[in-house]
Design a protein around this ligand. Sequence first.
Ligand code: PBG
Length: 331
Amino acid sequence: MSYPQHRPRRLRTTPAMRRLTAETRLHPADLILPMFVREGLDAPQPITSMPGVVQHTFDSLRRAAVEAAERGLGGLMLFGIPEQRDAVGSAGLDPEGVLNRAIREVHAEVGEDLVVMSDLCLDEFTDHGHCGVLDAQGRVDNDATNEIYAQMAVAQAEAGSAMVGPSGMMDGQIAVIRQALDTAGFQDTAVLAYAAKYASAFYGPFREAVDSQLVGDRRTYQMDAANRREALREVELDLAEGADLVMVKPAMSYLDILADVAEISTVPVAAYQISGEYAMIEAAAAQGWINRRAAIEESVLSIKRAGADSILTYWAVELADWMAEKQGSRR
Ligand code: PBG
């Protein structure tokens, strides 16, 4: 019996052959490191459900930002945990509030070397933990929330954020934020739209990370896991409203969405490998059930393969170290 001439295995025979023919490669500049800073800490505080990730003090945040810049990462995404919360999330607007102060300090330290980004959402700042303000019936009030986002965007831009990341999934948020930034003279401040953000069980560890006060869920504003077509609608709206990048979140259970979005987007596409994705791999690896490094690399590569240009991942620094190590071993 004669075998076909096409033998795909030929290209898998050696590490050099596989390296030559790899269709997808990761680079440190593809990666964005999400970081948490908490007001009132005297030492970095480990997050139990995210082994290796901490709530930073301002000092440790600055040091970690420098490390990230030295690795050549593309950016940082900052999240702040305030001491005081209220119904409308006032600490998010305060120029001295934890997040705005962190942006200012990190911008001063590494603002030239990578893109300093900030989460633009109310959930860390409200005493009810929702991403917006509530109306008399206790529902998240879309338009009232957008008004606050607009002010928050300007406060973050004033603090030095080069890119704001609205993550609250309010309708029209990108247009309102863009307009507010432009009016305040921040035409160059970019907007990374969390365009297709799903209500997900995999945000679990993030709740610990930001000491979330949320009771209930975010299903009236985040997307339903059943929906695929709707993600394209969200992305199209955000593009029309002026999004500079669009994001899909979470990543791993939504790679089909990511591929769809990458297909239609006219701007760079980001994906967020979220806290629960991180926790699952760390937990399985800690049990010795999977090879930690191989699983991390595969998970991030799959996100890039699906179409992400930028990947938010808590492993960004470690991944960059591994990339440098591989590079070094070939010199
Ligand atoms: C909202 C926000 C969340 C995450 C990023 N921005 C939480 C949520 O929407 O419930 C989750 C990130 C993660 O789980 O790693 N500010």
